[in-house]
Design a protein around this ligand. Structure first.
Ligand code: ZN
Length: 294
């Protein structure tokens, strides 16, 4: 099946009217093998690929010169973390290096999964993230992506967490899609467990992240029409994990969203459709906005 990869709406280059700024959007997720699960089952990474230039340690900030419209999220900062990176498959040596996740060590990053027709999770996550950025900026939020087209692979999961922390983000959402068995369908939101040890301490973000995640789950379901996962989270659409460095190392409210299961044909039909990805971005934006407005 051909990919429906039409570009997201053009980012607004000029201030919006208040009315226009009030128009918001959202998104969902299903498990991409637990977001940070191993690369097995992922779209064939090229083992032994030559190392390219080292990834720069910079973030993908919105253009500084672009004025943001006044809106309900004016003064708030949201970091969007597109899961994986399309270039990871060409940098398996680097992304397999272990990093400290507080409770242990884990691979720097993974390639992510793909649909059976080869649509990579890493392309899905970037597309949804771009759509989500457009929606949040229209509401006045300052938005940063942890990566975009500014680096060949990565960042590592510890750096992804650090970007949100250093931005002093009011909310961080890591966008993923799952790679589970056929018949496993729907989205789920992954919340940080209470973790203390090594360089991790989530005690101050567990409650706020749970609030953020619950709001995203509700709005995601509403915007997309998708049901919560039928294989994780007991139909609540919420799961809690202590093995994800991106959550363990966060000091600001953060969740992962698995928008659907790329390996299930019915979910894949949704995930590969641009119109559905726009609904997903709208659900995410609505959930984030609800959380930030309290
Ligand atoms: Zn993932």
């Amino acid at each position: 099946m051909p990919y429906d990869d039409s570009p997201p709406p053009t980012r607004r280059a000029r201030p919006l009217s208040v009315a226009a700024a009030l128009a918001a959007v959202c998104l969902t997720a299903a498990g991409c093998g637990g977001a940070e699960a191993g690369a097995s089952g992922a779209a064939s990474p090229r083992a032994g690929a030559d190392a390219a230039s080292p990834a720069p340690a910079k973030t993908s900030a919105s253009p500084a010169a672009k004025p943001l419209p006044e809106g309900p999220l004016t003064g708030r900062t949201v970091v969007i973390d597109p899961g994986h990176h399309p270039g990871n498959r060409d940098h398996t040596r680097e992304i397999n290096e272990q990093v400290d996740i507080g409770t242990g060590r884990k691979e720097c990053d993974t390639t992510g999964t793909a649909t059976n027709d080869g649509y990579p999770e890493a392309r899905f996550t970037l597309d949804v993230s771009h759509r989500l950025r457009t929606l949040l900026e229209a509401e006045g939020a300052r938005v940063r992506l942890t990566h975009d087209t500014d680096r060949p692979f990565g960042p590592c999961i510890d750096e992804r967490a650090r970007i949100g922390n250093e931005a002093k983000a009011d909310a961080v959402v890591s966008v993923h899609a799952d790679g589970s068995a056929v018949g496993n369908r729907g989205f789920h939101v992954i919340l940080p467990a209470e973790v203390k040890g090594g360089g991790a301490d989530t005690s101050k973000i567990v409650k706020s992240s749970a609030d953020l995640g619950a709001r995203i789950a509700g709005h995601f379901a509403r915007a997309t029409g998708s049901a919560p996962s039928n294989y994780i989270g007991g139909n609540t659409g919420l799961d809690t994990r202590d093995d994800l460095g991106g959550l363990n190392l966060s000091t600001v409210p953060k969740v992962f969203v698995e928008c659907g299961n790329m390996r299930d044909p019915e979910d894949a039909a949704l995930l590969t459709a641009a119109a559905w990805r726009q609904k997903a971005a709208q659900g995410l934006a609505d959930g984030i906005t609800s959380y930030l407005k309290g």
